[in-house]
Structures are given as structure tokens and as C-alpha cells.
Design a protein around this ligand. Structure first.
Ligand SMILES: *[C@@H]1O[C@H](CO)[C@@H](O)[C@H](O)[C@H]1NC(C)=O
Ligand SMILES: *[C@@H]1O[C@H](CO)[C@@H](O)[C@H](O)[C@H]1NC(C)=O
Ligand SMILES: *[C@@H]1O[C@H](CO)[C@@H](O)[C@H](O)[C@H]1NC(C)=O
Ligand SMILES: *[C@@H]1O[C@H](CO)[C@@H](O)[C@H](O)[C@H]1NC(C)=O
Ligand SMILES: *[C@@H]1O[C@H](CO)[C@@H](O)[C@H](O)[C@H]1NC(C)=O
Length: 500
């Protein structure tokens, strides 16, 4: 009798485990770098992105979707589910020789998915810190890593100089290598992902973190991708367009491989940029205001969509207008994967699955874009006894967005016409000549930030400054160490890598 029960019980366990595993979707998370709002086909771009468009049109396009205005902050928020003010990464990016990174007390999304039984692979750009071995991707939840650690480098030579320190930045897991010198990174990364897919034989669900170098500077692409854009006279824009096309092709190849391996029907794909386009480097965010690195919408109102056969029929092909932020992927994906959030620090993300999959109201009503205590103070505080408007910050509450301090260049840059370089429509309050440091917009009504309401709506301004004050009281000290000369690749065989 006892024996029989044990048999039944273990049969039940096997059954429930296998049901549970069958339900765990493969997750393909594709991150483009510095990819502008206007640079995807379905936003009316002149750049052709047929693969991305098809996936987006047969998925859910996220049109009220936000990331951070620069690389490391978006990537570390994606990995940790936590705001910059809660990880110490509220200022700037992590430069190659700075000894810091995403603090080790924040488990990553890969840690949590691995814990839930996933095989986890990171391919491409890391940029979440690497000064100690413990900060390397393979110690942050990824079974394998193939890519580079810093923010940018040559697409072919994988070589990077910073502060007069130069070296190759390319790793297979934890081994630096020059073996890929001469190969264009978009091809390298797509091919590696395809190898991983083809090699994947066990029953584990896959988590593929595919972080393209494209389309960050330097603006480089094999000639053949640029040729279809011969009619774009602006050289930067033309090459950038080719880089986008190559990335689009890479996504097509990866999805094809997943289909061939019969993984696709149980895959959830997310596509996101890490920040807005850099308008001086070929990218474009029109009609949004501003560029990469600014607190304007052009810096952070992001291109993003989700595609999956697992989405419910009634949302396929739709546009989601719920407020979604890059920190939301952490709880959303861990929950879908059947994982748990135990052991994480308090998360700033929200589970968005019902808003994406059922069109329910987004659980997110507020979004702290950032508070950067390290950025140069600008102008005098508008009000006493609340958050100082001299400090660079931005906050969204419902329809409202407040910006304080120096938000960066607020010009609108229409896309380069075919004949000449882009014309910039200059901001009305050039930041270096005026000390204006307060703006308020109804983003729902005015997504392009034309109509500053800060003078008409003093009560809203006060409420939002008080809220910023509250967020600021929860912030941890800002980490932003000096470059460490010990990072110099000259001391490490010519390679960037952990040095402490
Ligand atoms: C990469 O290849 C180029 C061209 O062959 C060569 O000039 C360069 O020295 C190589 N870089 C490294 C780090 O080996
Ligand atoms: C795929 O498997 C082959 C053969 O076992 C191996 O040589 C290769 O390194 C594997 N590739 C990846 C990306 O795991
Ligand atoms: C996509 O696959 C085709 C066919 O194998 C190949 O020629 C092309 O280089 C691949 N593109 C990328 C970006 O990897
Ligand atoms: C804030 O307080 C300072 C010092 O008392 C004063 O000079 C300034 O005018 C006050 N600002 C406002 C906006 O009330
Ligand atoms: C913002 O504008 C939208 C669209 O015009 C409007 O429906 C909404 O009431 C406005 N929000 C606020 C808080 O006034």
C-alpha cells in the first residue's frame, strides 16, 4: 500500500513537473542599442525593417513604453528590476576603467530564470560592470556569455580605447579572445545565438538575452547593407540605415532558427531599444523631442514590442497604451516563467502581463525617470521646502511629466531628408543661455513636449516635486568612481576584463 502510494505520488510529481515545464515559455529578449523611435518601419521610418515589422504587427506594439536615456542605466534596470536611485547607478554610464557595476546584492533576471530551471545565455553587449570576476555575466545568472563588456567598440576589430587605455574587448564566457577580429558583430552575435539554439537539446526552457551592438556608434556596416539606401545623401544616416537593416536580418535569422527547431511556438519574444537614438550619429526620434542622454521623450520613450503565439488572440496585432517601463520585465518574465521573486531587493517593476495580454489597465501609475544628484546643478530652486529644481530629474505621474534641472538638448530633429543633413528645430529655452529648470507636460495630450504647463499648474508641480523629494529620500548614494589605471588592458595581455 505504502509502495503503491509512493508510486502514485511520484507519478503525480513527474506529471505536474512535466506540465509545469511544458508551460514555461522560451524567452528571447532582444535589445537594440541606441535605436531611435523613428527608425523602425512601423513608426513610418524610411529604413526598412520587414522582420521586426512582421513580428510587431503580429504581436503587441508597446507605444507607452519607457527605458532610460542611456545604456548602463537601462541595462542594469532590466537586469535587476530596480530603479537607478536604488542601485547607486543614477549617474552616467559605466566607463571602461571605472571600478563599479550593478551591485552584487541585486540578483539578476537571469539568476531568477536559472533558478526556475532555464538555460540562460547572454550574447552581445553587457555594460553592467565587470571590474571583478563576480560582476561578469557568467556570475550574474548566465550559463554562457559571448560578447563584449564595455559600452562601445569597433564592430569589426572589437577594440576599444578609453582614457588612453586601449585593448580588445571580446569574451567567450570568461576568456578574452582575438579570434573574431575582422567579423562584423551583428553577424557574429546572430550566428552565436543560432548555434545555441541548434545545440539546445535538453528539456530546459531557454532564456536568450540577445544584446546587439547595433546600432550604436561607431557607424559601421558592410557595404552591401548600405547599398539599398543609396538615395539617402546624408552619409551617417545612410550607414545607420544599413546597420538597422542588418540587425533586422539578424532577428529574422534567429527567429527562423527557433522555428526550424520547433521552439518558436512556445517562445515569448521581447524587442526593446536601450535608449533613444543619437541624432548626431544617424539616429532619429522625430516627432519626439530630444535625443539619447536627455530627459526629453526622445531619450527614453522607446521602441518596443512583444511577440508570441502564447499571446491571447484578441490582443494580437494591437497597440498597448499602458504605461510600461523596462524595470517591469523582471517581475513580468519571472512570473511567466514560473519563478519566484524571493531574495530580490524591493523591486520597482510591475507585472505587466495582464495589461499586455488582456488589455487590462497598467498597474503602473508612476514612473521615476531618474534623479541624478551628480549632474551639474542648473538654475535656482523654484520652490523652497521641497525637491530642488536645480537637480536633474524627471517623474511621470499618470498623464503628467515633470522635468527639473538641465534635461539636455531639447531640440526636435526631423529625419534627414534625402538631399541634406537634418535640420534641428531648436528648443525654445536653450539650456545654456537660460536658467529655466522646470517643465510640466501632459504627455498623453502632448507626447512631443511642445506645451510647458508648469506655470499654469502650480499645484501639480508642487505635488510632483514633493513626490520627487520622497523618491530622493529612498535613494542610495551615487556610485561614480574615478577611472582605475589598473584596468589598463596593457597590464592584461591587451584585453579588457576584470582587474580586481
Ligand atoms: C585585427 O586585425 C587588423 C587587420 O588585420 C589588424 O590590423 C589588427 O592589429 C588586429 N587587431 C588585433 C587586436 O589583433
Ligand atoms: C555547439 O556544439 C558544438 C558541438 O558540440 C560545439 O563545438 C560548439 O561549441 C557548441 N556551440 C555553442 C554556442 O554552444
Ligand atoms: C542571415 O542568414 C543568411 C543566410 O544564411 C546569411 O547570409 C546572412 O549573413 C545572415 N545575416 C545575419 C545578420 O546574420
Ligand atoms: C527660498 O529661500 C531663500 C533663502 O531664504 C530665499 O532667498 C528664496 O527667495 C526662497 N525662494 C523661494 C522660491 O521662495
Ligand atoms: C491630459 O490630456 C488628456 C488628453 O487630452 C486628457 O484626457 C487628460 O484629462 C489630461 N490629463 C490631466 C491630468 O489633465
Amino acid at each position: 500500500m505504502l509502495m503503491k502510494n509512493v508510486v502514485i505520488l511520484s507519478a503525480l510529481i513527474v506529471l505536474s513537473v512535466s506540465i509545469c515545464e511544458a508551460k514555461q515559455p522560451h524567452i528571447l529578449l532582444v535589445i537594440a542599442d541606441d535605436y531611435g523611435f523613428h527608425d523602425i518601419g512601423y513608426h513610418g521610418s524610411e529604413i526598412r525593417t520587414p522582420n521586426l515589422d512582421n513580428l510587431a504587427y503580429s504581436g503587441v506594439r508597446l507605444e507607452n513604453y519607457y527605458v532610460q536615456p542611456i545604456c548602463s542605466p537601462t541595462r542594469t534596470q532590466l537586469l535587476s528590476g530596480r530603479y537607478q536611485i536604488h542601485t547607486g547607478l543614477q549617474h552616467g554610464i559605466i566607463w571602461a576603467a571605472q571600478p563599479y557595476g550593478l551591485p552584487l546584492d541585486s540578483p539578476t533576471i537571469a539568476d531568477k530564470l536559472r533558478e526556475a530551471g532555464y538555460a540562460t545565455h547572454a550574447v552581445g553587449k553587457w555594460h553592467a560592470g565587470f571590474y571583478t570576476h563576480a560582476h561578469m555575466p557568467t556570475r550574474r545568472g548566465f550559463d554562457t556569455f559571448f560578447g563584449y563588456l564595455t559600452g562601445s567598440e569597433g564592430y569589426y576589430n572589437h577594440y576599444r580605447c578609453h582614457a588612453k587605455m586601449c585593448g580588445t574587448d571580446f569574451m567567450e564566457n570568461t576568456t578574452p579572445t582575438n579570434n573574431y577580429n575582422g567579423s562584423y558583430s551583428t553577424h557574429l552575435f546572430a550566428n552565436r545565438v543560432i548555434d545555441i539554439i541548434n545545440n539546445h537539446t535538453d528539456d530546459k526552457p531557454l532564456f536568450l538575452y540577445v544584446s546587439f551592438q547595433a546600432v550604436h556608434t561607431p557607424v559601421e556596416v558592410p557595404q552591401s547593407y548600405e547599398e539599398p539606401y543609396w538615395y539617402i545623401k546624408d552619409k551617417l544616416r545612410r550607414t545607420y540605415a544599413g546597420m538597422v537593416s542588418c540587425m533586422d536580418e539578424a532577428v529574422g535569422n534567429i527567429t527562423m532558427a527557433m522555428k526550424q527547431r520547433r521552439l518558436w511556438d512556445n517562445t515569448l519574444m521581447i524587442f526593446t531599444t536601450d535608449n533613444g537614438g543619437s541624432v548626431t550619429e544617424g539616429g532619429n526620434n522625430f516627432p519626439l523631442r530630444g535625443s539619447k542622454g536627455s530627459m526629453w521623450e526622445g531619450g527614453m520613450h522607446a521602441v518596443g514590442f512583444i511577440h508570441s503565439k502564447l499571446l491571447s488572440d484578441n490582443v494580437i496585432g494591437s497597440v498597448s497604451t499602458g504605461l510600461i517601463h523596462v524595470t517591469d520585465w523582471f517581475p513580468t518574465l519571472v512570473k511567466l516563467a514560473g519563478g519566484n521573486l524571493q531574495g530580490t531587493k524591493p523591486l520597482d517593476g510591475f507585472d505587466q502581463w495582464s495589461s499586455i495580454n488582456n488589455g487590462d489597465k497598467s498597474p503602473r501609475t508612476e514612473l521615476l525617470h531618474n534623479i541624478d544628484p551628480h549632474y551639474a546643478k542648473h538654475g535656482r530652486p523654484a520652490l523652497n521646502g521641497t525637491f530642488s529644481t536645480s537637480i536633474r530629474a524627471a517623474l511621470r505621474m499618470g498623464d503628467w511629466k515633470i522635468i527639473t534641472g538641465d534635461p539636455g538638448d531639447g531640440s526636435w530633429t526631423p529625419r534627414p531628408p534625402c538631399s541634406k543633413t537634418p535640420i534641428s528645430i531648436k528648443e525654445r529655452h536653450p539650456r545654456h543661455t537660460h536658467l529655466k529648470n522646470l517643465w510640466l507636460f501632459n504627455i498623453t495630450q502632448d507626447p512631443n513636449e511642445n506645451n510647458d504647463l508648469s506655470e499654469q499648474e502650480p499645484a501639480i508641480v508642487k505635488t510632483m516635486l514633493d513626490r520627487l523629494q520622497y523618491y530622493d529620500s529612498t535613494a542610495v548614494p551615487c556610485l561614480y568612481p574615478e577611472n582605475d589605471p589598473l584596468a589598463d588592458p596593457a597590464r592584461h595581455g591587451g584585453f579588457w576584463g576584470p582587474w580586481q
